[in-house]
Design a protein around this ligand. Sequence first.
Ligand code: AMP
Length: 370
Amino acid sequence: MPVIKLHDKYFKPFLSHAEIQTAIAAMAQKIAADYKDETPIFIGVLNGSFMFVADFLKQYQHPCEVSFVKLSSYQGLTSTGIVETLLDLPENIEGRSVIILEDIIDTGRTLKELVHLFTNTNVKEFKIATLFYKAEIYNGEYRIDYVGIEIPNKFIVGYGLDYNELGRNLKEVYQLSQKHMINLVIFGKPGAGKGTQAEFLKDKYNLKHISTGDVFRYNIKNNTELGALAKSYMDKGDLVPDEVTIKMLQDEVEKNPDASGFIFDGFPRTTAQAEALDAFLATKSIKINATIALEANDEVLIQRLLERGKLNGRTDDQDENKIRNRFDEYNLKTAPLKDFYEGQGKFHSVNGIGAIDEITQRLAKVIEEL
Ligand code: AMP
């Protein structure tokens, strides 16, 4: 089984056809032990489960019925959380034992909608079986009665599962290859242009842009607990405590198991954060490829920030004292990261003064030489 390419991404072999079949045979045996004396209804969840259901039924040679439901929730790679019923339940399920056959259970969001379909149906028993199960991220809301194979939180395709509709016909399961992943830290003082450049680089290299400042601002705007916690620090131009920021960053990465790589913008800002980032990425067998610093002098930056403050309404951009405090925080806590990344041979410096597209080209040159 070689590495394959679907659309823009590379996938490497993960589970062989034989491993999958063995897991399905074991599931069929367990379910038969519980249900062979009645006629259960198996309900497959389309589209992903069609192969699983077909192979499962070949192993389940006892009286049973089969039907399908179809919900839609995934748009491309990331879950939008929007779930719609496209094909509804069969009508004859009252008083019957129903066993859901899912191809994969990850966060549990789709499962919740699925379970909702069965409210007021008066089934005799309702069980959930899944071929693949991401225990690490499952929210635990419902008991999963039968599990085929527990898998880590990796994006997988094949055996019914797709990446933007490709890959469903593969007999084996593949996982996203991280060898082709690029993870960048974009580094620099407030106003250096990190966010602006990250927006261009993310499109150019198909990366997920995580700006910790933006995540904090989003939380403040939506009055979340995290927002309330961060606000007092941000208002003064102080750094938010490491433990809060690190946890938040990890959550953002976890939300994107499918990313081809990340641009970390505004993180890490302390040595503790840099160390935590390395340790965390190591648990996912990935690493930072490069830290690229955008260099510009303070007087240019202050003018840029004050201009930006007029346009975006950010109070921390409108007050020169707060800006200077952010520079002090940078010099004290963030600047030492240059040595940290130089020690790893990953530090690259780019002139951050000039036209936006010129600077993008300087950054692209560094990335392409990696
Ligand atoms: P930024 O949008 O990157 O300029 O961040 C705005 C503010 O958010 C900073 O001044 C900090 O208060 C807070 N912040 C953003 N990222 C971090 C981080 N990595 N560590 C601590 N505080 C952060």
